[in-house]
Design a protein around this ligand. Structure first.
Ligand code: NAP
Length: 331
């Protein structure tokens, strides 16, 4: 018997992609080992692109968008899991190559699932989502390179956005002095200070740093923005400093030279949350559970029903999103 459930689906017609909310049935689901009743997902930048038919995320159609999901296992043949387990999944092709989290039922591969930790509710877990997972992967990458709170301040760019906000909170609660760079300091300074930022700067300070070497200000950088903001951040890293870059909210270009690399010995680490090994997924979630204060998280969350997912995504496309938007898929 086929079961129906509500879900967003991206279809292509005459070359144009459109996302619509429909009643889907489980005959569209792939033949994978674990079926999940999705409780929550979230709106990441990639989801905003997919929900508005923009290119670059959805690899084939028809496809359910949503690069995250949090929910309960209904049925599984995977040895690590059983029915009733509450799990979360970030990336791993969800919403890009495989049907994603913006629908009531998902079928996924159990290898990449992570159990929802007792530290967070399922809603908080969804609020962390790919944004917070990537912030944690970035911090782990910086620390594997040797970064320590004693080394100096850490700059977070795109600090008002989803990944940036969680990076600020996670770094601060891990003992780092955080400098938050935002394009909206007037509006967001108080909120970012509340998350633990010691200083809030206007991102124009970084954009105006057009020379490849400037004053040495930070020991580390977590960047979700790219473009002239990242170039300015690299130019102002201390000697031996390290940056983790994972986003292109401003641009995929990087207008710099080799000078900060060869004269200051800085490092630029790329972070890809999609194809992360299961052990590193687990490590990132353990770090979040240990250091991210759920109270900070709650101050970042707004929840919308499934029907409002596309409207909620508009703010992210306009560069005006703040914090994290959770989508309640199944009440
Ligand atoms: N590689 C990965 O695995 C991975 C994982 C997660 C996210 N990402 C990428 O990371 C980026 C951020 O994702 P997100 O979900 O955190 O998005 P988001 O919530 O929309 O946050 C992006 C933030 O970037 C800043 N921004 C926007 N437009 C800008 C511009 N033109 N110039 C400079 N800054 C700008 C804004 O912050 P302020 O107003 O505070 O400046 C905005 O809130 C996206 O490009 C996303 O695709 C990649």
């Amino acid at each position: 018997m086929t079961a129906t459930f509500p879900g967003w689906i991206v279809r292509k017609d005459d070359g144009a992609s459109t996302a619509t909310l429909e009643d889907l049935d489980d005959s569209i689901l792939e033949d994978l080992d674990t079926t999940i009743r999705v409780r929550f997902t979230s709106i990441n930048y990639k989801d905003a692109l997919a929900l508005h038919g923009r290119p670059g995320v959805v690899r084939h159609t028809p496809l359910v968008p949503g690069i995250d999901l949090t929910g309960e296992i209904v049925q599984t043949s995977h040895p690590r899991w059983k029915a009733g387990d509450v799990v979360t999944l970030n990336g791993a092709g969800l919403g890009e190559e495989h049907h994603g989290g913006l629908a009531g039922i998902a079928r996924v591969c159990g290898d990449d699932l992570v159990a929802v930790t007792e530290a967070f509710t399922p809603r908080q877990t969804a609020a962390i989502g790919t944004a917070g997972f990537t912030a944690a992967l970035s911090l782990l990458a910086l620390e594997r390179h040797g970064l320590d709170p004693q080394d100096g301040p850490v700059l977070v760019t795109g600090a008002g956005g989803g990944s940036g906000s969680i990076a600020v909170a996670l770094l601060a609660s891990s003992g780092y002095r955080v400098v938050a760079a935002t394009g909206r300091p007037d509006r967001l300074a108080e909120r970012l200070s509340g998350l633990g930022a010691a200083e809030v700067i206007d991102r124009s300070e970084l954009e105006q740093q057009t020379r490849p070497l400037g004053g040495q200000r930070w020991a580390g950088v977590i960047d979700s923005v790219g473009g002239s903001v990242l170039a300015g951040a690299l130019a102002t890293l201390q000697h031996g400093g390290v940056a983790a870059a994972f986003g292109l909210a401003a641009s995929s270009h990087l207008p710099t030279t080799v000078l900060p690399f060869i004269l200051r010995g800085i490092a630029l680490l790329g972070v890809d949350s999609v194809r992360t090994e299961p052990a590193l997924r687990q490590a990132a979630w353990e770090r979040l559970a240990r250091d991210l204060d759920p109270v900070h998280l709650d101050s970042l969350i707004r929840t919308v029903p499934l029907s409002e997912a596309r409207t909620a995504a508009e703010l992210l496309l306009a560069g005006q999103g703040t914090g994290r938007t959770v989508v309640e898929v199944t009440p």
